[in-house]
Ligand binder design. Sequence first.
Ligand SMILES: [Zn+2]
Length: 184
Amino acid sequence: MTPSPAPSEHEVSQALALNFCPRCGQALADRWAYGRLRRVCPGCGLVVFREHKVAAALLVTNEAGHVLLVRRAWNPMQGYWSLPAGFAEIDEDPAETARRECREETGLETEVTGLLDVVAGREHPRGADLVIVYTGRVTGGVLAAADDATEAAFFPPEALPPLAFKATRQTLEHWYRINISREQ
Ligand SMILES: [Zn+2]
């Protein structure tokens, strides 16, 4: 896959499609502010600072060292596999997001055991800007795919199914390297 060119500052400032001031309702304009092009309100002076959309994922392994993956029910990347993951609610600890998404998609109760990775960069328009990836282990529940997943299963690291996202691949490679270095 060829990497897409970096968006221009104008595209970045407009990408929210935020056209009217959320404070006073006037049409926003692109202005230079705080070192880059931003959406600014000519009426009340509000400068729009875009905020990251945050998702959390959970890398769960079983006693055999196999990793829990879910098969995506919807586009983007429908039918491909990823870690249980989803968007963090604004008032939710992302570690809890990871556990909740895992419960919703796989039926398994888990506990978070560590922080594995933070993957930056939005891969598709409806994606997250930051994906926080935790490690976890199963504490209960029964494995059964639901919600955004059509299947849920454990896979050995050397025989993974087709993966959905760069973030998924990067995270699994990171996890695999850590495991290899522990075994040596
Ligand atoms: Zn305004």
